[in-house]
Design a protein around this ligand. Structure first.
Ligand code: SAH
Length: 469
């Protein structure tokens, strides 16, 4: 039996809930809007059908009937359909109409609530929508209706509490004036919060009288908050609060860096610039008895290697005869996950450092990525385990994110070469690198990067934090 979930993506990046994410990771089809964190689409299974139904497609609200039809027809073709909407599906998202259309068509559905911009955007700017002794209620309005009908300003002006206007960017001046004319004090604090929880997030504060003149360059989407709590400022004071850091690279390393960045308060954006695609290296397994040292140059390589060994049902006891060499601690840790502890780790954690350390060693198999440092070819026989593959759509999204970030972090020279030449940056954000090899690649494009003390995720994050000091 097919089913449809109306899933809220929450406000800004990283705001989807656990239930929504779990459904997204298993769905057969996703129908998504604009104004949500597009990198979420990367969470869908690879063969998931993705349908864009946002405003950019020309599907204006008048064409809601068309979206309802798409929903019903997808439900007939697929088992699990996710209708992914920005913020909460039932807050000015027309989710209720979609639910009714599904019910009418006899299709089972459920709604998965999430944080709404009405609460989360003010919060991101340090404004609580309620606060003991200051505001005992909050009210949410649309600043934009199809028939142009405006809210009853006199009624709002008489109502205590915090007033939040969505879809308010283009009507901000009009709303502020309306409230003053409706009897609200022109000194009432208010704020416009733009792109909350996303790269480029900004907020401007003022009063009903001053705000309209202060916001010329703030883009939509934005919420307008009016009320005494808009005069509060309880923003985070963590070192990277309000800072967007884009981290380019592959694999878990980027995930770990992002997790640590979040602990420092940053908006962390993993940029999966390239995908790891295994190559054919079965000849290694056929001839592996000829070797005595296996040299790995990356965590990705270790994973691809053991995944292939598993497919070939190779018993791990066959590896007992080898000594293992790795380029650095990250690779050593990944190797340890498979129950092998590295015998050889060079002092300098680079391909050149590893080559130096292994020079003169007999029967070395170098297990590495295509396009790496050729110096390793001199110390043993090379087997190419994987290739980094650049998908145009993913790359486009990475460029978009990277160009908006306050700080860029790179965890490999290859991702630098894949991404950096595509960026057109008028601002030149600080760039932080995992190590000297990566820094060299960055310098080749005319930037002056900061370099982490060592290749660990902790060290990279420390360097990023010190960029802000
Ligand atoms: N269902 C959504 C609202 C959809 S209406 C929710 O619950 O948040 C779209 C409006 O939401 C925008 O015009 C803007 O007012 C607000 N909005 C959405 N995302 C936002 C963001 N990241 N920052 C500020 N406002 C946002």
């Amino acid at each position: 039996m097919s089913r449809v979930f109306l899933v809220g993506a929450g406000c800004g990046a990283d705001a989807i809930g656990a239930r929504g994410l779990s459904l997204l990771r298993r769905c057969d089809c996703v129908i998504y809007d604009d104004l949500l964190d597009e990198s979420l689409l990367g969470e869908c299974p690879p063969d998931c059908e993705k349908i864009f139904a946002g405003k950019r497609s020309g599907a204006h609200s008048a064409e809601q009937a068309e979206i309802n039809r798409i929903l019903v027809s997808c439900a007939k073709r697929h088992r699990l359909v996710v209708r992914l909407k920005g913020g909460d599906p039932y807050v000015f998202g027309r989710g209720g109409e979609e639910a009714l259309a599904l019910r009418e068509a006899g299709i089972p559905f459920a709604v998965v609530s999430a944080s709404t911009s009405a609460i989360a955007a003010p919060a991101a700017a340090g404004i609580p929508v309620t606060h003991r002794g200051i505001s005992r209620s909050f009210h949410v309005y649309t600043g934009h209706t199809r028939d142009g009908e405006m809210p009853d300003y006199a009624l709002i002006a008489r109502t205590e509490g915090t007033h939040v206007f969505l879809m308010a960017r283009s009507r901000c001046g009009e709303i502020c004036r309306g409230l003053i004319e409706g009897g609200m004090s022109e000194d009432m604090p208010c704020a416009l919060v733009s792109e909350a929880g996303m790269p480029g997030a900004r907020a401007v504060r003022g009063t009903l009288h001053t705000l309209p003149d202060l916001i010329a360059d703030l883009p939509a989407p934005a919420v307008l908050v009016v009320g005494k709590t808009a005069g509060m400022d309880v923003r985070s004071d963590l070192p990277l609060a309000g800072v967007t850091v884009a981290v380019a690279g592959t694999g878990e390393y980027v995930g770990k860096v992002c997790a640590l960045l979040r602990e420092e308060g940053a908006l962390a954006r993993p940029l999966g610039v390239a995908e790891v695609r295994a190559l054919a290296f079965d000849s290694f397994f056929e001839r592996m008895m000829q070797f005595s040292v296996l040299a790995f140059t990356s965590s990705n390589g270790v994973r691809v290697f053991f995944a292939r060994a598993k497919e070939k049902r190779i018993d791990h006891r066959a590896f007992a005869r080898f000594r293992f060499a790795v380029v650095g601690n990250g690779t050593a840790e990944t190797l340890a996950e498979y129950g092998f502890y590295a015998d050889i780790v060079p002092r300098v954690h680079t391909a050149a450092g590893l080559a130096e350390r292994l020079r003169g060693t007999q029967n070395v198999a170098v297990l590495r990525a295509e396009g790496g440092n050729p110096v390793l070819g001199e110390i043993g026989e090379e087997f190419l385990l994987y290739r980094l593959y650049y998908d145009d759509e993913k790359l486009r999204r990475c460029v978009y994110e990277a160009e908006r970030a306050d700080i860029l972090a790179f965890s490999s020279a290859q991702t630098v070469r894949g991404l950096l030449p595509l960026l057109s940056m008028d601002r030149r954000p600080p760039i932080v690198c995992i190590g000297e090899e990566t820094a060299k690649a960055v310098r080749a494009f005319g930037y002056t990067p900061a370099v982490a003390k060592d290749a660990s995720a902790e060290s990279l994050v420390k360097e990023i934090v010190s960029c802000r000091d």
